[in-house]
Design a protein around this ligand. Structure first.
Ligand SMILES: Cc1ncc(C[n+]2csc(CCOP(=O)(O)OP(=O)(O)O)c2C)c(N)n1
Ligand SMILES: [Mg+2]
Length: 839
């Protein structure tokens, strides 16, 4: 059986006695306790987490006694890994002096409210899940104290991310929503309004106002959260950063992120490890996050010895210079002291800080789960353990604790009775306006946006994009690239994708639209296509043309991201939520790697609006295309996005030429509502002449959902495809001198461009057949999605398909095999009997 607390005990040595201590003895002894004292701190209210025997701390005498009282009480602080001496001194000075004043009465009141709230829920809604906070209820006074400190330092908003545990309690006692609202959730008064959508009550976000003791008013924003533990972490950070950017200079003081983690999730989940790594990076920093582990020393039925290799769940945080305050969750005064230290530390050093609030879990994982089956002894001890408000009330010797409790209970019961009077708020779909502007892939003309830009404007922006200071030592390759781009922007050479994107960004920032993009190697571009930053070859100074478009332009930020996907996409999704006027993009190095971010795609990007009525205009740029580079550099998994698509939840496109890409990006930024946009971007076609566009196409009014075949007026066969293969089909047609086959590009896959396709089919005559051609294997790509939709609008025409054979991996590892396959696809597309089977 796994030991409950992981690590085996160490052996002890004989106690060292210091008889006549001098100053250097003091430092030596204190340093030992500063370094190792936390291992002997008294942290677990139930006493299961035993102190570790540390031979170095076996010291007798007054010095050791004093040091022990600072470092081995209810607070155990880990900070020896913080290399910065100033920060270490800061912590030790505070640990080795008297605690500051605290408001015990207020803490007792909050504790009583928090615990009785759970009691009333338990009584009224027995057998319903709520993920009670009991056992770590000190979280509520802890957050109160953090808000107190933050308010004094200029905070105007707390952006809070947390998972299930205690969330309802936080909604009422931190976000200060009326308890009636939570009770109404249990009553489930209006199920019809959320048929097929909505979310469970302990995932919904909440906002409210918090009044601190010293009179500050802090807006609370509890971020909506999926079941996926820790997935909300980067979203919380991204949302905070957007608010901070919007606020300008003092943003980092005004907007404070606080994330509450479960102990099992903190130790186990990779997305949190990714997020921790963003703390001090220019692209992602939020000036420090306060992390609280609501540590009940259990995850569902699993004990710490099975959950983490380390003694504490918090160990991951030590990868960075982040102090960790472990605190016994039943020493309320110590909890408040830690809150004060943590918030002061965050504001002093703009650093993350971790509070490991150690307690227990009063009930099973949820209240319908019986924990006595897996942890019989633990739950016997918990059953006999009084609630914290009673313990603390007795400690404080408060006479009227019971009377106060009775009054609070009465208030809560009254709120519970009122709950059924609360009806649901309208959802987005009930609201008039932008939502209704966009249905089934089309929007009403009054909401159409003009994305074209005049030749004159394009020339002006081109001039800014392709020039640099006279004393800048440019790389010869970039010099040539900029000369070519200058020709592109002035109509002397077709525009490629790289320049089309620069023109989209340049014209947008000029119009006041902020651009924020991050992705792996995005500043240069994985395929050498972007070059958003020019680096001086003599001194590595940077010059960013997109920052020099116009004096009053909006910021343009393009960052190289860390080597992570889920976290970065979560972050940019979060940013897009709170900066809807900006164009926010995440770029995958290759589209394949987007599956590492699948949880964020599933839970936030695709379903966020459906579950929480929250809009996002985040853009996913996913390089895609079969070019013989092997199983992992070919497919961005179009099929997965199409499978997620429903109820106009996002837009999925594959622009086949540079101008289309330009219009698509501008459309995303300029239209008056927000939807996530998934763009399958090219690789080999980035600079290919067939995918380049004449500059005139950039002045055209808008993005085209379908590119008709203007070379053909009457077709025997219509080849329908998306992306690169369409260009290859055109080359093949030319080779064959075929004038009876039309080649039509589907540029927008979802929402399905039914009207445009029907019109094109009509134009090409009624006696043809329609062939969907894709590079992907039969079990991938858009095939499953296109065929039924095409059949619906095909009329008398037969609908056939050409694709690779079904396969377990997206593509072959052999470049030669790839070419043979590609050739076969092209041949089949033009032969008379393409297969009609779907697989
Ligand atoms: C990514 C993910 N994996 C698994 C689960 C299922 N799950 C929900 S809660 C839980 C235990 C969480 O333990 P802990 O983080 O300690 O939080 P606690 O419930 O103890 O507060 C698990 C495994 C989940 N929600 N998300
Ligand atoms: Mg836990």
């Amino acid at each position: 059986m796994a030991p409950r607390n992981g690590k085996p005990q160490l052996t002890t040595s004989t106690a060292e006695v210091i008889e006549a201590p001098n100053d250097s003895d003091r430092e030596r002894v204190f340093d030992l306790f500063r370094r190792w004292g936390y291992l002997q701190a008294d942290l677990d209210p139930l006493g299961f987490l035993k102190p570790v025997a540390v031979p170095e701390l076996e010291i007798s005498g007054d010095l050791a006694r004093q040091a022990r009282s600072y470092y081995c009480g209810s607070i155990g602080v880990e900070f020896a890994h913080v290399a910065d001496l100033e920060r270490r001194r800061w912590i030790q000075e505070r640990m080795e002096s008297e605690p500051a004043a605290i408001d015990q009465d207020r803490a007792l009141d909050l504790l009583t409210r928090a615990e009785l709230f759970e009691h009333v829920l338990q009584q009224r809604y027995l057998g319903t899940k709520r993920f009670s906070l009991e056992g770590v209820t000190a979280l509520i006074p802890l957050v109160d104290e953090i808000l107190e400190g933050a308010g004094k330092r200029g905070a105007v908003e707390l952006v809070m991310g947390m998972s299930h545990r205690g969330r309802l309690n936080v909604i009422v006692h931190v976000a200060r929503r009326p308890a009636e609202e939570v009770f109404a959730g249990f009553e489930d008064v209006d199920p019809r309004s959320v048929l097929g959508s909505g979310d469970v009550k302990y995932h919904m976000g909440a906002t409210g106002e918090y009044a601190t003791r010293s009179g500050a008013r802090i807006h609370i924003h509890l971020v909506s959260n999926p079941s996926h533990l820790e997935a909300v972490d980067p979203v919380t950070e991204g949302r905070t950063r957007a608010k901070q950017d919007r606020a300008g200079e003092d943003g980092k003081n005004k907007f404070l992120p606080l994330i509450v983690h479960g102990d099992a999730a903190f130790a186990g989940q990779g997305i949190w490890a990714e997020t921790l790594n963003y703390a001090d990076l220019r692209a992602y920093t939020v000036g420090g996050t306060v992390h609280v582990i609501a540590n009940n020393l259990i995850g569902f039925t699993t004990v710490p010895g099975e959950l983490q290799s380390s003694r504490f769940a918090s160990d991951l945080a030590k990868r960075q210079a982040v102090p960790i305050f472990h605190v016994n969750g039943e020493d309320v005064d110590a909890v408040l002291r830690v809150a004060q230290l943590a918030i002061e530390y965050r504001y002093t050093f703009s650093s993350d800080v971790v509070i490991d609030l150690i307690g227990y879990r009063r009930h099973g994982h949820s209240e319908v789960d019986d924990p006595t089956i897996t942890q019989p002894l633990l739950y016997k001890a918990i059953k006999d353990h009084p609630p914290l408000w009673q313990i603390y009330g007795e400690d404080l010797d408060v006479e009227d604790a019971d009377a106060r409790a009775a009054k609070i209970r009465e208030e809560l019961e009254a709120a519970q009775k009122n709950a059924s009077g609360i009806t649901k708020k309208p959802t987005l779909r009930d609201l008039p306006g932008y939502w209704n502007a966009y249905k089934g892939g089309r929007y009403r003309p009054e909401y159409a946006v003009h994305t074209g830009v005049s030749a004159e404007e394009l020339e002006q922006v081109t001039e800014r994009l392709t020039t640099y200071p006279a004393d800048f030592h440019i790389h010869p390759k970039l010099k040539k690239l900029l000369e070519q781009r200058a020709e592109m922007g002035t109509g002397k050479r077709p525009v490629d994708f790289g320049m089309a994107e620069a023109l989209a960004f340049g014209t947008l920032v000029k119009q006041g639209v902020r651009i924020r993009m991050s992705g792996q190697d995005s500043r240069r571009g994985t395929f050498n296509q972007r070059h958003s930053v020019l680096v001086d070859v003599k001194n590595e100074q940077e010059y960013i043309p997109l920052e020099h478009i116009a004096d009053d332009q909006a910021p343009c930020e393009i960052y190289n991201s860390t080597l992570s996907e889920a976290g970065i996409l979560g972050y940019e999704y979060g940013y897009s939520r709170d900066y809807p006027e900006a164009l926010v993009l995440w770029e995958a190095q290759f589209g394949d790697f987007a599956n590492v971010a699948q949880a964020v795609i599933d839970q936030f990007v695709s379903a966020g609006e459906d579950k929480w009525n929250l809009l996002s205009g985040v853009v996913l740029l996913l390089p895609h295309g079969y070019e013989g580079q092997g199983p992992e550099h070919s497919s961005a998994r179009i099929e997965r996005f199409l499978q997620l698509a429903a109820r106009d939840n996002f837009q999925i496109c594959q622009p086949s030429n540079a101008a289309q890409y330009f219009h698509l990006l501008r459309q995303q930024a300029l239209r008056p509502w927000r939807k996530p946009l998934v763009v399958f971007t090219p690789k080999s076609m980035l600079r290919h002449p067939d995918a380049s566009s004449p500059i005139e196409d950039f002045s055209r009014p808008d993005f085209l959902n379908v590119l008709p075949d203007h070379e053909i007026s009457e077709a025997r066969r219509i080849l329908l495809s998306t992306g690169k293969i369409g260009h290859e089909l055109r080359v093949e047609r030319k080779k064959r001198k075929d004038s009876s086959t039309a080649i039509v590009f589907v540029e927008q896959l979802y929402p399905f461009p039914e009207a445009e396709l029907s019109a094109e089919f009509e134009r090409l005559g009624s006696t043809n057949e329609i062939v969907w051609v894709q590079e992907e294997p039969a079990n991938m790509g858009a095939l499953f999605y296109m065929l039924p939709r095409l059949r619906r609008i095909a009329g008398e025409r037969s609908v056939l398909s050409v694709k690779r054979s079904a396969s377990a991996s997206p593509a072959t590892g052999s470049a030669k095999a790839h070419e043979m396959e590609q050739k076969t696809l092209l041949t089949l597309a033009f032969s008379t009997t393409p297969t009609s089977s779907d697989h």
